[in-house]
Design a protein around this ligand. Structure first.
Ligand code: SF4
Ligand code: SF4
Length: 192
């Protein structure tokens, strides 16, 4: 049950408070120039992003919406050494309606349908998905720890030999587990 509730595949849309902040203060992990470069690929998410979002000229408008979120993002960019003064950071959607509804709801792109894209995505302050993201992070960390525990048990019991119930060797299991943990490496999974 928990796995279904806290799964990015079953993102409960009713948690959205319709504050419109994610549509009015979108952020990308790439710079505008990088996104323009990537957008030549028809399949790229950068192309989808630029089809919908327009960069703000400065931070005045974003600060009116949520100054706290502006500071959080700037601090994060500085931490990652990605902050470049006077380069666009925040974007607003062309299609958001005055009451924060989506003007192209039925045709909105996958990047909108999958927002928040993952449990660690920094959503605007007060976003209704924050509790869900927290629980999803806990679930993922729990699952990763369980996988590691299983590997350590197998190492103790079978050394580098075969695991009888799995018909694979411990090194093969290790490879498999590393591949499952790898996607979360940038969030610290190697140390969970
Ligand atoms: S920030 Fe969160 S609550 Fe607000 S519109 Fe976006 S998803 Fe919904
Ligand atoms: S297309 Fe719709 S869901 Fe996507 S950012 Fe714009 S208003 Fe929000």
């Amino acid at each position: 049950m928990e796995n279904l509730v806290y799964s990015s595949k079953t993102r409960p849309q009713r948690l959205c408070k319709m504050c419109g902040k994610c549509c009015k203060m979108a952020v990308s992990q790439y710079s505008l120039n990088e996104m323009i470069e990537f957008s030549s690929d028809k399949e790229s998410e950068a192309r989808d992003f630029l089809d919908v979002f327009v960069p703000y000229e400065d931070l005045d408008e974003p600060r009116k919406i949520s100054s706290e979120y502006v500071d959080i993002i700037i601090n994060k960019l500085k931490e990652q050494e990605k902050y470049v003064e006077n380069e666009p950071i925040f974007y607003h959607c062309k299609y958001i309606l005055p009451d924060n509804r989506c003007g192209i709801y039925e045709k909105r792109s996958d990047i909108c349908k999958r927002c928040p894209a993952h449990a660690w995505m920094l959503m605007p302050v007060g976003c209704g998905f924050m509790g869900w993201q927290f629980a999803l992070r806990e679930q993922i960390m729990h699952d990763v720890r369980k996988l590691k525990e299983y590997l350590y048990e197998c190492e103790i019991l079978y050394g580098e030999g075969e695991i009888p119930s799995k018909k694979i060797t411990v090194p093969q299991l290790r490879e498999l587990l590393i591949s499952k943990i790898k996607p979360y490496e940038r969030f610290g999974s190697m140390y969970w």
